[in-house]
Design a protein around this ligand. Structure first.
Ligand SMILES: [Zn+2]
Length: 418
């Protein structure tokens, strides 16, 4: 049992003092003040700690992570990155994916991320290599890290949609969601139909890379809305990037906003990729490239922030630290200082909902005891500056301990969780 910690159990990280009783199976049994427990139950003094649920990285590419040196992208553009990875994927051995992905997963876990949704290329170049390798890891890591796989049906110029059509069922059967990137398809509408129909056939949610560009002439939001209605995918569709919203006049954005709310569609902003890839051709005032983060959040659209790529041709940097992604989102998304708690919800509760973790997530009875114990005063401080000391628990077991002790009281958390 973790005793007397400041726990952030609400969606915005409202803090109260409570004990957390964890079952031997790694689930939270009870949360409350001064819980009485049987003799023999291990009691850990957490009174100096802030305890938050594990961070959720709702959008990564574990099949691509770590290839930055192996797949150079000299243009620094999205298309350059796509080509670089496609070329690399043609010859990449399966064990290579597992090796790179495990390394990034371990780093993410050590920084408090306890669930990752990874888009995984399925196309003529990559075949099923990434999906198969990551399915294996998903199983091996299940007690430490929740991994979800999106069958990312990747269209390339001159790659016919027939290949994707004939392989999408095999891909979806290995995946937790169906995804793709309509704006780069040669026939976006037919491509969208293929993805929606597969999602319905396999009863899976959808997660698109939607309009990862700043060209106001060709947004695909209406085409997606039409299909969400037609296929009944309300509440089961997530749109990642949505960069073009910042390039549209506010009146047009407003119409899209209303439909996002009406159809209960979530948005995931990916500041690292957008800041790096977008607007390179602009001679003056290159745009940030992010979607309208602040406006979407203030209007009540469920919007999460995530890493996207970590050290690959799309984004050459990345540490797997969701607090760092939160800060990018805060600064580049023009949120106010009073909205640090909004950023907190964008890496915890909201993405947990968008990827469908349900009752498994949070600080509440029944949830997995995936917890981040820090020395921060509250979630505002956690987001703004990060912790000096941190312990990460996955299913109640310590998977990362960095709690150098200044005082005897502080030492108890480290000693007892190690
Ligand atoms: Zn992505």
């Amino acid at each position: 049992m973790l005793e007397g910690g400041r726990i952030a159990a609400g969606p915005k990280g409202e803090v109260r003092r409570a004990d957390i009783l964890i079952s031997p199976e790694g689930r939270i049994e009870e949360v409350g003040e001064h819980l009485s427990v049987a003799a023999g139950i291990d009691r850990i003094d957490a009174s100096s700690a802030l305890i938050v649920p594990g961070f959720i990285d709702a959008h990564q590419h574990l099949d691509k992570t770590g290839v930055v040196k192996l797949a150079p992208n000299p243009s620094g553009t999205l298309q350059g990155a796509r080509e670089a990875f496609a070329l690399y994927a043609r010859n990449a051995p399966p064990e290579d994916v597992a090796k790179r992905a495990s390394k990034t997963m371990a780093r993410c876990l050590a920084r408090g991320t306890t669930a990752i949704r990874s888009h995984t290329n399925v196309d003529k170049d990559a075949g099923f290599v990434g999906l198969d390798a990551l399915s294996e890891l998903r199983m091996q890591w299940a007690d430490r890290l929740t991994v979800q796989l999106v069958a990312f049906m990747t269209p390339h110029p001159n790659q016919d949609l027939d290949w994707l059509t004939s392989n999408i069922d095999a891909a979806a059967s290995r995946a937790d969601a169906v995804g793709g990137t309509p704006a780069v398809s040669e026939d976006p509408l037919r491509y969208l139909d293929i993805l929606f129909e597969a999602a319905v056939r396999h009863d899976l949610p959808l997660d698109f890379h939607l309009d990862e560009h700043l060209n106001p002439e060709r947004p695909l939001f209406e085409a997606v809305f039409e299909r969400v209605r037609k296929y009944g995918m309300q509440g089961r569709t997530v749109l990642s990037h949505a960069s073009v919203l910042s390039a549209l006049p506010r009146s047009e954005f407003q119409k899209i906003l209303e439909q996002l709310l009406e159809l209960d569609i979530g948005v995931i902003t990916l500041p690292a990729a957008n800041l790096y890839l977008q607007g390179r051709s602009h001679e003056m005032l290159p745009p940030r490239g992010l979607t309208r983060v602040a406006e979407l959040a203030r209007a009540g659209v469920p919007i999460a922030a995530a890493s996207d790529n970590i050290q690959d041709p799309f984004v050459p940097t990345g540490s797997g630290d969701m607090l760092e992604i939160g800060r990018w989102t805060m600064l580049a998304g023009h949120l106010h200082a009073s909205e640090l708690d909004v950023v907190y919800s964008m890496i915890t509760d909201i993405p947990a909902r968008l990827i469908g973790l349900g009752g498994d997530y949070g600080i509440r009875p029944g949830a997995r005891a995936d917890l981040v114990v820090t020395d921060c005063e509250d979630v505002d401080r956690l987001v703004a500056g990060g912790p000096d000391r941190m312990v990460v628990l996955a299913k109640g077991k310590p998977v990362h301990v960095n709690w150098g002790a200044d005082t005897e009281e502080d030492a108890s958390v480290a000693r007892r969780t190690a």
